[in-house]
Every structure is written in C-alpha cells, then in structure tokens.
Design a protein around this ligand. Structure first.
Ligand SMILES: [Zn+2]
Length: 136
C-alpha cells in the first residue's frame, strides 16, 4: 500500500534554506544543514504552510476513483483533506467514519462508529477473522 502523506512525517528532517532532505537521525548530531548550513526543521507541514502538491493530487485522484473510503480519527474540520471523503462519496464510494466525536459528514456516511480507533479496528479484525473461518 502506498501512503500519500499530506503532512509529511517525522522520519525526515529538511533544510529550511535549501530544502535538502535528511534522515531524522542527523538531527541528533547537528541542527544545521551539511550542504548549506541552514537550520534543519521537521519534515512535516506546520500550521499555515502549504501542503505538498504531489500528495494532494494523488489524494484527490484516489478519492475520485475509490470504491470505499475510510476516515480514521479525523474531525473533518480542516481543509483540504476534509474534502476528500465527500469527493469519494459523490464519485460512488462507500464512506465509513471511525472517530471519537461526530463529524460534519456523518449524515452521508454508509457507516459511522464513534469510538476509539484501535479498539474499533481490533473488534472489526476479530469479526472478520471469525467470518472467514480463521481461528485465533
Ligand atoms: Zn541546506
């Protein structure tokens, strides 16, 4: 499975000046870029920064062609990621939402569970295992 990380990840750091990416282990040794001396920063998108176009394009394309769309632990309050489930639903996907609290898209979902993600997914996994005849 390919993951398109809209907000980056903490496995990488990058230079604030030349944008060169590095493994986060470099940050334990130094806080400046080996190439240009610029300050290193986490490889994530911080509040107020633009999301990367590549992952956003991929998310939009996949949302428009998915047969099902699963939202895990999101309030669905923040754009643009909160548009993807609606895009998928309008393109014919089944929409399922697992979140602790109600979301603005609960009304259009094919299934909604308000609960802990880990506990809920473990219950689903057990149910699917029982249904397929597998024994624990
Ligand atoms: Zn640099």
């Amino acid at each position: 499975m390919k993951v398109h990380e809209l907000h980056g990840n903490l496995r990488r750091v990058r230079c604030s000046r030349c944008r060169a990416p590095y493994d986060n282990s470099l940050f334990l040794e130094r806080d400046d870029c080996p190439a240009c001396g610029g300050p290193l920063r986490p490889g994530v998108v911080l509040f107020g920064e633009m999301l990367p176009e590549g992952p956003m394009d991929a998310a939009e394309e996949l949302s428009g062609t998915a047969s099902s769309f699963l939202v895990l632990g999101s309030s669905l309050e923040v754009s643009p990621a909160n548009a993807y489930p609606m895009l998928a639903k309008r393109a014919g996907a089944k929409l399922f939402i697992i979140n602790m609290t109600p979301t603005q898209l609960d009304y259009m979902a094919d299934g909604v569970i308000h609960g802990d993600i880990v506990e809920t997914l473990e219950e689903i996994e057990k149910s699917v295992s029982r249904g397929s005849g597998r024994r624990e």
